[in-house]
Structure formats: C-alpha cells, structure tokens
Design a protein around this ligand. Structure first.
Ligand code: CO
Length: 437
C-alpha cells in the first residue's frame, strides 16, 4: 500500500461526518503551522502567512499569502458531506414492545441496499448547555457497532430482486436494541459527549459506516471505503495544497458541507463563505474592492468531486467516446448544460497543467440520454464567478455505503493539484491565458 493510500484511509476513518472531516483537516493545518482566523474578529494578514477559517464546524477555507504581490486566487474546492441517514428528534421507536428502532430520515441520495445488513454507528455534533445561557458544540463519534438495518428475508419479500421500492420511513429504520433499551440512545450520546442527557439542547447526528477501508484486486489496484465521494478529493487536494510551492497567486483550499443536499446553507458552496473570505483577504492586504475584482479576473478554480468509472457489468451506461477508468488519471468532467463548469478555456488550462506535471488525465461526459449528477462548482460560481474546471477521480458505486476507486489515482491527484497550486493562471484579456509554473 502506498503512503498516500494509507494516509487517505486514515483520513476517512477519522472523518465519519462533515464535522469530523473539518476537524481532521484543521488538525493537519495546525500541525503545519497554519493560524486559525475567526469570522467574528478583524483579520491581520502577513506576507508569507498561512491561515484557515471554519464556518459552522462543517466547512473550511485555508490560504497562504505570498511574500510578493499576487495576481489572483488559485482555488481547489471539494465537499465533506456524504449521503447518509440523519437521526430525527425523539428517535426511539418501539415495535411490538420488543424492539427499539431509531427514527431517521434521508440526507442526500444513497443506494439504500448498501446500507443494509452491515453494522453501523452514529456520529455528529451535539449542542450542550454548559451553564445558564451558555451553549457549546461537541463532536461525538460512537466507536462501536451500534445499529443495523436488517433486510427482510427473501421468503417474506419475494420481489426484492425484481425492482422492490424501498420506503425510507418503513424499510430503512435501524434496529438499536430490544424493548428494554428504551431511553438508552440519548444516554449513550450524552455519555460519549461527556455530559448529562438533559443538557443536550440540539443535535446533528448521522448514521455512519465504520468498516475500515481496504485495498484489493489482483494487483491491489482498487481501494474501497466509505465516503470516498468526496473525501478522496478533500484529502488529495489538502495534501497538494500543503506540498505546493509559492506562486504569484494566493492558493486557496476549500471544503464545503451540504453538497449532497444542494449547497444552499450558510456554510455550503451557495453561501457567501468563499466570497467573504476572498474579499477579506483583499481588504486585509490593502487591496480594497477594486483589488478584489481585478484579482478575481485572474483567478481560477478547480471543483474536485469524484466521477463515474465505466462499470464492469454495465459499460453501456457510459458515454460511447469518453470512457473513464480507475487508475487512468484525473478526470476532467464536461456537460453542455454546465452542470459541470468546465468549458474549452478551463479544460485547456487544466490539461496544460497535467501535461506539465506528467500526470495522466481523461475526460468524462454523461451519455446524452442520462441526466447525470451535479456538484458544487457551478453553484459556487453564482457567488464567486471565475474560470472553473470540474475534475474528480474515477470511482464505482457512487453514493453506496462502501465505494470503490483506484489506488494509483490518489497520487495522480496529489501530483496534479500540487502542480496546479504551484502555478498561476492569468487571463491576458483577449481570450488568451498564460500559465506561470
Ligand atoms: Co460528490
């Protein structure tokens, strides 16, 4: 197993929810000497300084100030949330007095069956009353197999292999314990948070798969783990951001929450978070409003979110001339209706960077008769508009509880994005671009 695959699997393990992912990223940035900034205090930024800022404990932006003047921003953005089930308020539900279930609802769009018949656990954030009028947030991750969503026996559901429609309110509720476990859930969460149950005033708790990631295949060419979409991009772009040398641009590393539910929250890619941070970088460096707009005109963004590899059982689901495979390099994603932001300009700039870095790349498009997914790039562009390319790594079973990707691609993405962060893409003004490596 390569070092980077080992580190990716550790990153995934320590990131059961978006909150934990941001905490994992924060730890890595602190280790590397980054200074935390708060949105609620004035910022003083120094040339050569390294900073990060967190919103809602579930989105994070980090940047470095070059020693000299800078021309623009060189951004890479990914997302840290994944489809799962959110635990509802008053979750305990008894069945015939003998079972205790947890009431949940869908967060994002998952493959239901992949969540069944496997041990699951619970993690997230609780809001705790610490004193009268004083509320603090605490992260919890129950580190034991805790619940399970059992399938119905085939003898009781003969249509299960013939297109059965799963009802999230009926078929997908996890079993937590027997009838005598009543009242136990809140207690277990409170214990994990180190507080008493009555002091929990609010919570954002989710089911998660705690099965460790693994490398497999004839030559160890595949890796499978939970939450590869999109923590694989969050991890690889973080490593690239940390490894990159100084350029004439401000490198910006961003990870956003809520991509799986449309990004429309105060901390999602459709919020003002990126805009606010870039604007404040400019004003802290004395560049003002005009400086912000001129910098944006010479800025570039990579929106990194995984892509669909050709499926071995269903190669016909892929576009006939843009076949994407695992271990064949960074995927550049295109869509005529701009669900992906990539256009001729951003594809050209990014391909030139990959070529210079010696990193393989490939091109993805949906079949023309399939809608495909979307991601955060085009949404972010409505707040901060700049040349953007949508990229990702090829994977199978997107939104499964256990997804599969290629082991070689981890290093390809780190190398490609290190070259990206070390370079500076500038618009010349007449539709031409220069890239300073
Ligand atoms: Co994604």
């Amino acid at each position: 197993m390569t070092e980077s695959v080992k580190h990716l699997l550790a990153f995934l393990k320590s990131s059961p929810t978006c909150f934990h992912a941001v905490e994992t990223i924060q730890k890595r940035l602190l280790e590397k000497g980054y200074t935390p900034l708060e949105e609620g205090r004035p910022w003083k930024l120094e040339p050569g300084g390294k900073y990060y800022v967190v919103r809602n404990r579930s989105s994070i932006l980090s940047f470095r100030i070059p020693h000299g003047d800078f021309s623009g921003f060189q951004i890479a953005a990914s997302h840290c949330d994944s489809p799962t089930f959110k635990i509802k308020e008053n979750p305990e539900k008894k069945v015939k007095g003998e079972y205790l279930q947890l009431n949940t609802e869908k967060y994002g769009g998952m493959i239901f069956t992949s969540w069944m018949d496997r041990p699951l656990s619970v993690a997230g954030r609780v809001m705790v009353r610490e004193a009268e009028g004083k509320i603090a947030s605490k992260l919890v991750a129950i580190d034991r197999d805790m619940v399970l969503i059992p399938n119905v026996a085939i003898h009781m559901n003969r249509q299960v292999n013939d297109g059965y429609k799963f009802d999230p309110q009926v078929d997908m509720l996890p079993l937590y314990g027997d009838g005598s476990s009543s009242g136990g859930f809140q207690g277990e969460i409170a214990k994990a948070a180190g507080v008493s149950p009555e002091d929990i005033l609010g919570s954002d708790l989710f089911l998660y798969n705690r099965m460790a990631g693994t490398v497999w295949g004839a030559k160890g060419e595949y890796l499978s783990a939970a939450r590869l979409d999109d923590l694989e991009c969050a991890y690889t772009s973080l490593e690239a951001f940390l490894q990159a040398g100084e350029s004439a641009s401000v490198p910006v590393y961003g990870v956003f929450d809520n991509e799986e539910v449309g990004s429309g929250t105060k901390q999602g890619a459709d919020s003002t978070f990126l805009h606010d941070v870039l604007r404040r970088v400019c004003s802290a460096l004395g560049k003002g409003e005009e400086g912000y707009y001129t910098a944006l005109a010479s800025s570039f963004m990579v929106s990194a979110d995984n892509a669909h590899a050709v499926h071995p059982n269903h190669p016909e689901y892929s576009d006939p001339t843009n076949l994407v495979f695992m271990n064949k390099g960074i995927v550049i994603k295109l869509n005529a209706n701009q669900k992906y932001t990539t256009d001729g300009v951003s594809a050209a700039a990014f391909r030139e960077i990959c070529r210079k870095a010696g990193v393989p790349f490939q091109t993805f498009a949906n079949r023309s008769d399939m809608a495909g997914g979307s991601t955060l790039g085009n949404i972010s562009n409505s707040q901060v508009s700049l040349n953007t390319v949508d990229i990702g790594l090829a994977q199978l079973a997107m939104h499964s509880c256990f997804e599969t990707a290629g082991t070689l691609d981890v290093d390809y993405m780190i190398r490609g994005l290190t070259a990206y962060f070390s370079s500076s893409i500038q618009a010349v003004g007449d539709g031409a671009y220069t890239i300073t490596f």
